[in-house]
Write a protein that binds this ligand. Structure first.
Ligand code: PLP
Length: 390
């Protein structure tokens, strides 16, 4: 096993990223959606897991595409030597087109100005081959993209430009995580009509795509040529309601969050703890201080909601307000058996498994009023990432 650390030499708090789990998740998704192919979405630093190691692990598992939100994120992959097609999921600004062409990234386009900027940059750069681009249709999410009719016209325009190659045509689903909602089928019907019109015009992009994780998992109709999976690649369900779905069986969370107890106090019944003194001990208790806080991505509002961590294979409640750099954990009355006592240096699992217990990102998300996506993306750069692979 190889473990590498990127930042943080001394602090006993870290995230562990299991690259074998990521590769296995990519392989499981690839099998599930075949003959469609997998675009591993590694935006936002690989959902907090680290874009470059995630990209490589996903490629080992069979991902043929990578997807990022920003040109900067695509450049980071190329600077690290990552090969293969990289889709920028929204239209780059005109000043970013030079980096797009330089780094051989695949831009998404949906405005006449974007098409002009991309074509101009190809001419300016002297690139000999046309630049592959994907045109995006807005079929109902109304975030980015052109109306389906306009997107068809733009795609035909791209196909006619000598500087550009219409490599892909795609859309994005708004409610695929709700399997009952008929809106996904409505979006797909609009998209399929647009694809048919393109084909009638004699234009056939290699990659037509629509699915995010929820689409890929639960709406086979959306799989088309390529699925763009983010959250599922990281082993997390797209929604809490379907965490036990059969399609998720072969996926496992790649990230766990760890720390070691930094300080232990025995406090009397009646003592109140942390900022605001909101947590009161109702019996003499051992309180452990763990050096990780909201500046690391532990949501501050976890404290109000009865969150727990794992120490010694048992769930223990957070005691009082999450602070910027530290949390307190109520470990209960001092056990008679000294070998059961918590001590400085003991392992604490904030996310992940210990003993027979496990705490997942969705558990935190439920308590913090958010989604697992925001939990993993919110782990700050201050938390060292340890990469494990066999
Ligand atoms: C983020 C994103 C995805 C990935 O979504 P998941 O739900 O994480 O699978 C796919 N497509 C686009 C356009 C995105 O912005």
């Amino acid at each position: 096993m190889r473990t590498t650390t990127t930042v943080g030499r001394w602090r006993p708090a870290w995230a562990e990223v299991d690259l074998d789990a990521l590769s296995a998740n990519a392989a499981a998704l690839t099998r599930l959606v075949a003959p469609s192919q997998l675009c591993a979405v590694v935006k936002a630093d690989g959902y907090g897991h680290g874009a470059v190691p995630v990209a490589r692990a996903a490629q080992r598992g069979g991902a043929t595409w990578l997807g990022v939100a920003l040109v900067e994120e695509g450049v980071e992959l190329r600077d690290a030597g990552v090969k293969g097609p990289v889709l920028i999921l929204s239209e780059p600004t005109p000043p970013a087109m030079a980096a797009v062409v330089d780094c051989d990234l695949t831009p998404t386009l949906y405005t006449p100005g974007g098409i002009d900027a991309a074509a101009q940059e190809v001419r300016r750069s002297g690139r000999s081959a046309p630049l592959p681009v994907h045109v995006k249709a807005d079929t109902g999410m109304h975030r980015v993209g052109a109306d389906p009719d306009a997107a068809v016209a733009l795609a035909i325009e791209v196909a006619a430009r000598p500087e550009l190659e219409l490599d892909g045509f795609f859309t994005h689903l708004a409610v695929a995580d709700d399997v009952e909602d008929p809106y996904t089928d409505e979006q797909m019907a609009r998209f399929e009509t647009a694809c048919a019109r393109l084909s009638d015009a004699g234009v056939s992009p290699r990659w037509c795509h629509a699915a995010n994780s929820a689409g890929a998992l639960w709406h086979p109709r959306t799989r088309l040529d390529l699925v763009r999976c983010g959250i599922s690649l990281y082993g997390l369900a797209p929604c809490e309601a379907r965490m036990a779905a059969a399609e998720l069986r072969d996926l496992r969370p790649a990230l766990s969050l760890h720390a070691r107890i930094a300080h232990v106090r025995c406090l009397d019944a009646g003592e109140r703890l942390s900022y605001g003194l909101r947590y009161r001990l109702d019996r003499p208790s051992v309180v452990a201080t763990v050096p990780i806080g909201y500046a690391d991505g532990v949501p501050r509002n976890l404290s109000a909601a009865g969150a727990e961590v794992l120490i010694g294979g048992r769930r223990r409640p957070l005691a009082g307000t999450v602070t910027m750099d530290q949390i307190l954990v109520d470990c209960g009355p001092e056990p008679a058996d000294p070998s059961d006592r918590v001590a400085v240096g003991d392992d604490v699992v904030l996310l992940g498994a210990q003993g027979g217990e496990a705490i997942g990102a969705w558990e935190w998300a439920g308590r913090a009023g958010t989604i697992s996506y925001e939990i993993v993306c919110g782990l700050s750069p201050r938390v060292p990432r340890h990469y494990r692979e066999m």
